[in-house]
Design a protein around this ligand. Structure first.
Ligand SMILES: Nc1nc2c(ncn2[C@@H]2O[C@H](COP(=O)(O)OP(=O)(O)OP(=O)(O)O)[C@@H](O)[C@H]2O)c(=O)[nH]1
Ligand SMILES: [Mg+2]
Length: 373
């Protein structure tokens, strides 16, 4: 077989298409240890924006991954391309059910996502799993990038797992995650699951981009209600006590009763929806059907009350405002004037030679004088 015959145009390329469709698919090897599956060769290694958009709309995972890499890039030179992709995809977004999952470390979030994800795929859904991990912006590594813990799920063709973007401010991570959700929805993923760790600000962030927010807890460990901040319970639409298996079933039921009681004293996270408390075992698979039924009940109830749509609209506004804030901040810190004087001004504040208010005023004055329209 000649080298040329190793490639073919994907089915979705129009018959009379010219060079604008540069995609070629590498034929899978007939046999051998390492068959090439679903692999796309990008002509000259750099697909056009329009190719990426149409590739994503056809559900091509390689293009989706490529777009997310551009979205997550911290390089300013990738922003215009990423923005063009987002603009092209925007009309196709919004069609999924977005679920946020949080909980104390080791509660079994990833295991639950794997079990739930496999169940959803068996029902015919396409599932995307994303992660938001604020600690990674400090450590520069991603502790939620644990594909290995979702080994079975990651092998499913109808599942797309993306570890968290591993650097940048939480604001930057938020933008990237929102754009990634949109890209996944455009590629046909109809359930998007976002995992985050229970360490504070990231929950609020995830809540601001999902429809349904699930808190995963476990029984035992003493102070049931002390271990997790009350604030997190307040933003959860459901609490699930995981690891309700073996000799842990009874304790899990007790914890369930305790939390059921507790949520009655807390304002519900979603208007018109009583926060539900359930038990499950991600390991054995029990309670997962009930959990999904709860999500569906939630969707039905909030869609008929109109709250679902209202929340999405507010989230869109929030998205816009966050972008503006982030952009202004970037503009400020990247301005040559600020870069020049900031270290000196900081030093003066630290040494007590200048008041913080005075210093802020000086910085802003310098910024505005250099950025007059
Ligand atoms: N017995 C039992 N063990 C479970 C269950 N779910 C998870 N585990 C175990 O709990 C441990 C932690 O599970 P993970 O799914 O990694 O937990 P996580 O919440 O994603 O952890 P982090 O991402 O590190 O915060 C693993 O050893 C799992 O096998 C369950 O339902 N029952
Ligand atoms: Mg995990």
């Amino acid at each position: 077989m000649s080298a040329k015959e190793n490639f073919y145009k994907p089915d979705w390329t129009p018959k009379d298409a010219g060079k604008e469709f540069a995609v070629r698919i590498v034929k899978a090897k007939e046999s051998g240890e390492n068959p090439v599956k679903n692999e796309v060769e990008f002509k000259s290694g750099k697909p056009e924006t329009s190719d990426i958009i149409s590739g994503i709309l056809q559900g091509n995972r390689n293009y989706l991954a490529r777009a997310i890499t551009l979205i997550e890039s911290n390089s300013q030179k990738h922003r215009p391309v990423a923005n063009a992709i987002i603009r092209g995809l925007l009309p196709n977004g919004g069609k999924s059910l977005r679920i946020g999952i949080t909980g104390i470390p080791g509660a079994g979030k990833s295991t639950l996502i794997e079990t739930l994800g496999l169940y959803l795929i068996s029902l015919g859904h396409k599932v995307a799993v994303l992660a938001i991990d604020p600690s990674s912006s400090i450590s520069r590594g991603s502790i939620l990038g644990d594909k290995t813990r979702m080994e079975k799920l990651s092998r499913e063709p109808n599942c797309f797992i993306r570890p968290s973007p591993s650097s940048g401010t939480l604001g930057g991570v938020t933008r990237k995650s929102r754009e990634t959700i949109l890209a996944c929805e455009s590629a046909g993923y109809d359930v998007i699951i976002i995992e985050t760790v229970g360490v504070g600000q990231s929950e609020i962030t995830v809540r601001s981009m999902v429809d349904f927010f699930l808190l995963v807890l476990i029984a035992g460990g003493g102070d049931e209600l002390q271990g997790i901040k009350k604030g997190i319970i307040e933003i959860a639409d459901a609490i699930v006590i995981n690891k309700a298996d073996g000799d842990n079933i009874q304790r899990s039921n007790m914890a369930k009763a305790e939390y059921t009681n507790a949520v009655h004293y807390i304002a519900p996270a979603t208007q018109g929806w009583q926060t539900s408390v359930m038990t499950c075992s991600a390991l054995v698979g029990s309670g997962v059907t009930e959990l999904w039924q709860n999500v569906l009940d939630f969707e039905k109830s909030t869609k008929s009350s109109g709250f679902f749509q209202k929340r999405r609209k507010n989230q869109a506004l929030d998205w816009m405002l966050t972008l503006v804030e982030e952009e202004i901040k970037n503009h400020f810190y990247n301005s040559a004037d600020i870069k020049e004087i900031l270290p000196h001004v900081k030093k003066e504040v630290i040494e007590g030679k200048k008041l913080p208010t005075e210093a802020a005023e000086e910085l802003l004055k310098r910024f505005y004088s250099g950025n007059q329209a």
